[in-house]
Design a protein around this ligand. Sequence first.
Ligand code: PRP
Length: 178
Amino acid sequence: MEQDIATTLLTQEQIQSRVRELGAQITRDYRDKDPIIVGILRGCFIFMADLVRELPFPCTLEFLAVSSYGQGTTSGEVCLTRDFPMPIEGRHILILEDILDSGRTLDYVVRLLRQRNPASVEICAFLDKPERRKVDIQARYIGYQVPDAFVVGYGLDYADKYRNLPYIGILKPEIYNT
Ligand code: PRP
């Protein structure tokens, strides 16, 4: 894997330090709210595992999976491929994502969950690529803003690989241009 990475964007130490800060911030805001934390599969899994271990208060963990079609095109349609049965009416929801890119995935998920009448819905995305935004959506918590480069690792994939890279790197162009 290493040989396919052009540069390291965020080291393991930078990631760990920022996850701790996010954990402290979320703890201040949610410690008395008994939130449901909803991870969006699959990209969220490493970030979620790290972040929830920084939360020293009771919370429920759930997962959604969505799939998008026509990425990079104007359609970018999103559909739900895995739901969870737990009722969320009156509950505080915090959605966890590895990356906020065009914003279509999170826009879809927020609309879906709001229909179920939760008390609140907020977003925590570890990475944010604001230059790529196609829909107007705000995350309350962001780990790092990153440039519009092909980033992989720490849960983020290219062609289903590199998710297990323990840091975030920029992929060499020859990998995705071939
Ligand atoms: C990635 C990422 C986000 C989404 C962000 O998921 O995990 O869910 O894209 O992009 P957007 O803001 O443009 O919607 P992907 O569809 O690659 O699936 P994955 O989580 O299984 O990697």
